[in-house]
Structures are given as structure tokens and as C-alpha cells.
Design a protein. Structure first.
Length: 63
């Protein structure tokens, strides 16, 4: 299979990459501030083998 130049460069596929990234970072920051969470929980031996756990809010049952 022949790969086209830039086929794995996601930044070259959209014109507003900076805007999309800034929006993602703002929304992530807002969620982490609004919800209880545990960050960087390890699941392996390598430094990047971590995940974050966001706790859901418990809502009252509808009646």
C-alpha cells in the first residue's frame, strides 16, 4: 500500500487545527475543574501508560 505524503499528519488535513486544539484544551480544563477525578492512574510500567478517571455525578431518579 502506497501512502500519500502527509497522510498521517492530522494538522495538515484541517485548516483550523489551532482553533480545534484550543477548544479541546478549554473543554478538558473545564471538565477537570467541574468533576471529581483521579489523574495519572498507572496501568503499566511505562511513563505514558496512565489514564485519568472522571467520576460521574449521581443524579436523582426521575419519578
Amino acid at each position: 500500500m502506497k501512502l500519500m505524503p502527509g497522510s498521517y499528519d492530522n494538522g495538515s488535513t484541517v485548516d483550523n487545527e489551532a482553533e480545534i486544539l484550543a477548544s479541546f484544551q478549554r473543554r478538558s480544563r473545564d471538565i477537570y475543574q467541574a468533576f471529581n477525578h483521579d489523574a495519572n492512574i498507572p496501568y503499566g510500567n511505562l511513563a505514558r501508560q496512565t489514564f485519568d478517571w472522571l467520576y460521574s455525578r449521581i443524579l436523582p431518579l426521575a419519578r
